[in-house]
Each structure stands twice: as C-alpha cells, then as structure tokens.
Design a protein around this ligand. Structure first.
Ligand SMILES: [Zn+2]
Ligand SMILES: [Zn+2]
Length: 122
C-alpha cells in the first residue's frame, strides 16, 4: 500500500516593536507596532522540502487593522531592530485584530467609537 505524508506548516514569530510614522488605516501617527513574521514550509515525510516564503504582518495598535508588509521591507525590518516601518510598503489585508473595550472588556467592532455594552468612548 502506498502511503504519502504531505503537510504545510507555518510558524509565526514576533519580531518585536517597530516604529511607524503613520498608519494609513486611521491616521494613527508615531506608533510602535509589533511585526510578525509568518513562514510556511512544505513538508514531505518530515523533511522540509521548500519554503513558500515569508510574510510579514503588522497590526495597527490604534484601530486593529492588519497590514501585510512588502517582503523586502519585512526583511529589512527583520535585520535591523531599529528600522522604521515604511507606510508605503504596507498593504491592507481584510483581517482585523480583535479589539476589546477598556471599560468592560467586551469585544467590539473595529470601526466603533463607543462601546455598545457600556457606552465608553473607545
Ligand atoms: Zn489604524
Ligand atoms: Zn464597554
């Protein structure tokens, strides 16, 4: 009997906080956001065959919008812990990080200005 084992694994690594002059989503300025590197590998019989490559993501600390960072820019950020994120190298993805009300802890939608549960300004 033939038996094959294929798998795609992905691991994500936090590269730490990087300064970003401006976020295109909500106009947040001068914020430090943490950059995540996700790398995917194709595994065959437990041997990593090849990498699909790396993807870099950053989340706006103000509104929770998720951006993918251009690969070259991501590599630069990975090498240099003091590099700033270039806003022109960020591309908005559909994703949205969870956001929580600081008053009551309820999960709230990204675009909301007031918490629908306790009325606190977000
Ligand atoms: Zn934002
Ligand atoms: Zn609330």
């Amino acid at each position: 009997m033939m038996f094959f084992f294929f798998a795609v694994t992905s691991d994500s690594r936090n590269l730490g906080g990087r300064f970003c002059r401006r976020f295109p989503c909500c106009g947040a300025t001068g914020a430090i956001a943490s950059v995540t590197c996700v790398s995917q590998k194709f595994i065959f019989f437990f041997l990593p065959l090849f990498r699909f490559g790396k993807h870099y993501f950053v989340t706006c600390p103000n509104c929770g919008a998720v951006f993918e960072i251009a690969r070259e820019e991501g590599k630069r950020l990975e090498k240099d812990p003091r590099a700033e994120i270039d806003p022109n190298a960020m591309r908005r993805t559909g994703g949205q990080a969870a956001r929580f009300c600081p008053g009551c802890g309820a999960r709230v939608e990204a675009g909301m200005r007031y918490c629908p549960y306790c009325g606190r300004k977000l």
